[in-house]
Design a protein around this ligand. Structure first.
Ligand SMILES: [Zn+2]
Length: 154
């Protein structure tokens, strides 16, 4: 709880911009208007991305100005559409949690009728133990390139 409070206040926030293009958790897909889109290394849900707010350290939507909120949701619209058009899932979950890292980021999670948690949120377990399915680098790059292609759709 103490660590979370420090992170909430912006001390040592691992998601503040600028951040590395690659980490143990993601690879950069593209910077958008006020956020950057990353492809998660964990591809249990094929196409799982995170859209991280770049404007400044902010933890909750209500901390944004209306202008920042609109720019962020415009980015979200483009990002989730590009993911949908890339992986053609049965459904998609879009979530802001921030229970571990309280810096605004959307999880964009394609869902499939044969996925391990169909019918439920992907977050389970106490404490949360994510499943880990990784893809070969070439497949990750191909996914990334196709998402970039669809980000240009109008
Ligand atoms: Zn932050």
């Amino acid at each position: 709880m103490e660590t979370w409070k420090l992170l909430f206040g912006g001390t040592g926030c691992p998601m503040d911009a600028p951040r590395p293009d690659k980490s143990a958790h993601w690879d950069l897909i593209a910077p958008l208007a006020i956020s950057s889109l990353y492809l998660s290394k964990n591809q249990t849900y094929r196409g799982h991305c995170q859209l991280i707010f770049d404007g400044r350290h902010a933890c909750q939507l209500e901390q944004l100005t209306l202008q920042e909120y609109r720019a962020f949701t415009d980015d979200l619209f483009a990002a989730q559409r590009a993911v949908m058009r890339t992986v053609h899932p049965d459904h998609i979950n879009v979530e802001v949690l921030g229970n571990v890292v309280p810096h605004l980021h959307w999880h964009i999670v394609p869902r499939y009728r044969d996925d391990p948690r169909w019918g439920y949120p992907i977050w389970d377990g106490e404490p949360f133990e994510p499943r880990q399915i990784t893809l070969p680098e070439a497949e990750l790059h191909a996914l990334r390139d196709r998402i970039i292609h669809h980000l240009r759709d109008h």
